[in-house]
Ligand binder design. Structure first.
Ligand code: ADP
Length: 740
């Protein structure tokens, strides 16, 4: 805990050194999604928490609230320059951010950038319709002048599936035009219920899914991606529980647990096992001993993640709960991330007890999934946002604030968690993106709403449980209207949150609202510093008023806004850029041996100590091992994750004395220099902070609750027979810097 907050303070110092606003304390500017006091907490109810700094929630209410800015769903936002200072709590209520729309609209340059943008226009995607009855005046409620008349934005909703109801309401509020059966002519926006590929042959417009997102966010891939970041930045990525991938890491898992128990007989950790493709709690179970793992389904080894179980979650009313946060990835390149000010909290329905052999199977006590708890007799459907088994995030934060919890700190930790997680998955997404929509080929651009599931530990530290590529956007819930008869009935809590998220996502993606992104790079010091925004102290609601005026955006930009605080983490994107550069054939996602050799030669990475023969051995060894571990290994060759491993190895060989992240940054610089300016100027500019990383960050064992557990990744790599056989290749010795 102290390390964690110490870390955030370091970020604060870094921010100051980067010229962020240092005059005001962060607390005065942080906006936290707290619901209106009308949602008054039940004073008799208990909140179990420790170490919660006590602070008044009211004293700073009107002070300097700075502007700017498978499942469940409140109000409001804050800056990272602000993220680092913890002080009193600001009960932000619903804020009217007069500048947000104007500032946050972005010139839509994604992936292939301007080409795509130009393309959609020249493709006739935006057909000009003469002003008529069905055109409307776009209302820029955030203080901008009404724009000139235009045709309504068209949305293909034919594949929207369970998000349809919320989508329809959103389109109606925006006065846009829906095409429920699809449309022969191109639409501006295609809303897919599952994946990018729900509708094939889209050559223009925007799709609400990225190619590869479903795959990347499966439990195993997400774990791998975060673990790689943990190797590079152990302290920054300590928000993800220790995880092992089954079946391949079974041996390491059981050995480690045995060692831990031998070391201290009093230690008896619990683990949660999650099937790889699972959702809604399906197939999840808790264990205390590796021998309890169910490794097989029939004759097939089960693909799963086994994860350290967080035994001391924060409780409200003695119940465990988790947070569902909606996050919009508006664009991959440049990276743009928005967080919804309002989310949902899902409550267990049986009072929590720390795991014991006796209660391991009590799902209503340990698992917060709505889909499970709704079947408990204790589940409370409530139309109120602050009672029941599903509540708004703001109502929960408000409750915590009333109890003296520093919710501003909690919220800034959550924002950091989200940005870091996205940074972990973006490299691979870029590989998918170029394969599906190669530069120069007609195609749409993409955006996506993700559902982050976050648990608060008793000490208030947020922990990432998982990220859903298809968060449920249902605004109804199942109710048993007669014994055994279930019906969908409207759920006001879901509607409040989800319609706001979809509607405001659409507003941000409005193709007629193209304004250049003002990032902290183009405007040092950040977007909103010095731009104080008037704040409504009364909740203004999240639905349009009687005049149809829309409320301020519920989505708050956090990246590039906080670029300076997080840019140094984006090393893997630079590795991915190299990887993509050498892929060669469009649509390819794997590097062949010749391409790998070309990479080594072009970047001048071989010499008399590291011959091309060694390069070939490295390629074969790593590729063989990775193709055995990936469930989807149809394509031969080296995937990005394998390439990253090879890159780390090469970096370690060349820059032995440095810690891993410095080795990697140094090798990247070397490669980029060899490749010349063509290697994504934009990338190099925007990622250059990575070279200014503080040296020798203290290494530590990664573990949320049990310091005896070690990361499995280095052991897996160290066990490579081929590496050991080849005298010159000693891949893991260099990792010792990080892991010890
Ligand atoms: P699913 O996709 O099936 O919902 P999750 O990873 O979200 O899988 O896990 C289901 C539930 O289990 C979570 O909502 C949470 O309540 C609980 N859970 C998951 N991981 C952990 C963990 N590491 N520690 C404690 N509880 C956890």
């Amino acid at each position: 805990m102290s390390d964690h907050y110490g870390n955030i303070k370091v970020q604060a110092e870094q921010m100051k050194s980067f010229g962020e606003d240092t005059k005001e304390t962060v607390d005065t500017k942080v906006q936290v999604p707290v619901s209106s006091p009308s949602a008054s907490p039940d004073p008799s109810s208990s909140i179990t928490t420790t170490d919660a700094p006590s602070s008044s929630i009211c004293k700073q209410r009107s002070k300097n609230l700075s502007s700017p800015g498978k499942d469940e769903k409140s109000s409001w936002g804050k800056p990272v320059s602000e993220m680092s200072v913890y002080g009193s709590v600001v009960p932000a209520l619903a804020l009217k951010n007069l500048n947000s729309l104007g500032n946050e609209q972005t010139l839509h340059i994604k992936g292939t950038g301007k080409i795509l943008q130009g393309k959609s226009e020249t493709n006739g995607n935006y057909v000009t319709i003469p002003a008529s009855k069905n055109t409307h005046e776009t209302r820029c409620e955030d203080g901008l002048k009404p724009s000139r008349k235009r045709r309504p934005v068209t949305v293909d909703t034919s594949k929207a599936k369970t998000s349809l109801e919320a989508l329809k309401l959103s389109i109606k509020q925006l006065k846009w035009k829906e095409f429920p059966m699809g449309r022969r002519a191109a639409c501006d926006i295609y809303w897919h219920g599952v994946s990018f590929h729900d509708n094939e042959n889209i050559v223009s417009g925007q799709v609400n899914k990225f190619p590869g997102m479903v795959e990347m966010l499966r439990k195993i891939n997400l774990s791998r991606a975060v673990r790689t970041m943990q190797e590079l930045f152990p302290e920054e990525y300590d928000f993800y529980p220790r995880s092992w991938i089954l079946p391949e890491e079974y041996q390491q898992f059981s050995t480690q647990i045995r060692v831990v128990k031998e070391h201290d007989a009093a230690v008896n950790p619990t683990f949660i096992v999650k099937p790889d493709g699972g959702s809604q709690g399906d197939g999840i179970y808790l264990i205390r001993d590796p021998s309890d793992l169910k490794l097989m389904v029939g004759s097939q080894a089960k693909q799963a993640v086994v994860q350290e179980y967080i035994p001391k979650p924060l409780l409200i009313d003695k119940l465990k709960f988790d947070i569902r946060l909606y996050v919009l990835i508006k664009s991959l390149e440049p990276l743009e991330i928005y967080i919804a000010k309002e989310g949902l909290t899902r409550f267990c329905t049986e009072p929590y007890q720390e795991p014991s052999q006796k209660n391991l199977s009590h799902v209503f006590m340990h698992l917060t999934n709505y889909s499970l708890n709704v079947h408990s007799g204790n589940f409370v459907h409530s139309d109120s946002q602050n009672t029941g088994s599903k509540r708004t995030l703001s109502s929960v934060l408000y409750r915590l604030a009333v109890k003296g919890v520093d919710i501003k700190r909690v919220w800034s930790d959550i924002i950091a968690l989200v940005i870091k997680t996205v940074i972990a998955v973006v490299p691979e997404l870029r590989v998918y993106y170029q394969a599906d929509i190669p530069p120069g080929k007609p195609g749409p651009t993409c955006f996506q709403i993700l559902g982050f599931d976050i648990l608060l530990m008793k000490n208030l530290k947020p922990v990432l449980l998982e990220v859903n590529s298809n968060p449920s956007m249902r605004i109804e819930h199942e109710q048993e209207v007669a014994p055994g008869v279930f019906e969908y009935v409207p759920s006001p809590v879901d509607e409040e949150v989800k319609v706001g998220v979809i509607r405001d996502t659409l507003r941000l993606m409005d193709p007629f609202n193209k304004k250049p992104t003002i990032s902290s790079q183009t405007k040092p010091g950040g977007l909103e510093h010095g731009e104080e925004i008037p704040v409504d102290t009364e909740s203004q609601g999240r639905s349009p008023d009687e005049m149809g005026n829309l409320p301020s955006l519920c989505l708050k930009q956090v990246y590039p806004k906080y670029t300076k605080q997080f840019n140094h983490l984006r090393l893997l994107e630079r590795i991915a850029a190299l990887f993509i550069r050498f892929l060669g054939v469009k649509g390819n996602m794997r590097l062949g041996p010749t391409a790998f050799r070309t990479f080594i030669r072009t970047c001048k990475l071989s010499n008399s100590n590291f011959t091309m023969a060694s390069v070939d051995i490295l390629y074969i060894d790593i590729t063989r091992r990775w193709s055995g571990t990936l469930p989807d290994s149809r394509e031969a060759g080296m995937g990005l994750q394998a390439f990253v491993e090879a890159f780390f190895y090469l970096a370690g060989r060349r820059f032995k004395s440095l810690v891993l992240k410095e080795q990697v940054a140094s090798l990247l610089e070397l490669c980029e220099t060899q490749l010349g300016p063509q290697s994504s100027v934009e990338d190099r500019r925007s990622l250059s902070c990575s070279r200014a990383m503080p040296r020798a960050i203290k290494t530590q064992t990664l573990c949320l609750t049990n310091p005896h557990l070690n990361s499995p990744a280095p052991q897996r790599r160290a066990s490579s027979q081929d590496y050991q056989a080849h005298q010159r290749l000693k891949p893991r010795t260099l990792r010792a810097n990080v892991e010890n």
